[in-house]
Design a protein around this ligand. Structure first.
Ligand code: FES
Length: 213
């Protein structure tokens, strides 16, 4: 199983550095990503801090879904496939593309399979149909609203235009021939959190299991 085009336990150092340079701080990444690409994880949280009832309890935090979005063998170079992630709600339209050139976070032997949100980070202009090949460059845009252009090879950073946030990159995982979406780097336009309802936690207090939404 691979993530970011390398073995899951040894995430490619160059890619990690690129992420740090090009897009988000680690803190922001964890905030947006939910700190996990698994469906759920268990954390310890404090209840009633500072009071006589203060206690630590385990909490189950819901994260990103792992969604099958395509097969590596079926991708045709520079022919994007559309999909929705992390759900089918508003502002979740995204593209999966085999760019034919190495990309930051790319999957496959050529590290050229990447996925991005189609929603411009400025004011939500639709970037559908704007994927473009220009020599060695791969871009999304120009946005039909205010002409922002994003670099597909470099984690969706802004090339030009009004936007000031990189285009959210969908994190991918390869399992055999199957390509899964497992998270998003960056905040989708129009959402306060990418995974809606991920504030829902179930708390298993000692001897008193309970659910909190
Ligand atoms: S909405 Fe895309 S540049 Fe303004």
């Amino acid at each position: 199983m691979k993530i970011f085009g390398s073995e899951r336990k040894t995430v490619d150092k160059e890619t990690a550095v690129e992420h740090g340079k090009c897009m988000l701080s680690r803190r922001k990444f964890l905030m947006y990503s939910g700190a996990t690409t698994a469906a759920a994880s268990t954390v310890s949280i404090s209840l009633f801090a500072g009071s006589a009832q203060a206690r630590q309890v385990p909490a189950r935090v819901v994260g990103y879904p792992r969604k099958l979005i395509g097969k590596l063998s079926e991708l045709k170079e520079n022919q994007p496939l559309d999909f929705n992630y992390p759900d089918d709600g508003p502002n979740t339209i995204a593209l999966l593309v085999k760019a034919g050139v190495k990309c930051g976070g790319g999957l496959g032997s050529e590290q050229d399979v990447v996925a991005f949100s189609y929603m411009c980070t400025h004011q939500g202009g639709p970037l559908n149909g704007t994927y473009k090949v220009t020599g060695e460059h791969r871009t999304l845009g120009q946005c039909p609203f205010h002409l922002s252009l994003f670099d597909v090879r470099r984690h969706g950073i802004i090339v030009s235009g009004q936007a000031y946030e990189s285009l959210p990159q969908v994190l991918l995982e390869l399992d055999g021939d199957n390509i899964y979406a497992v998270g998003i780097m960056g905040l989708l336009f129009g959402r306060q959190q990418n995974v809606q309802g991920d504030s829902t936690i179930s708390i298993g207090a000692v001897g008193q299991p309970a659910k909190v939404s």
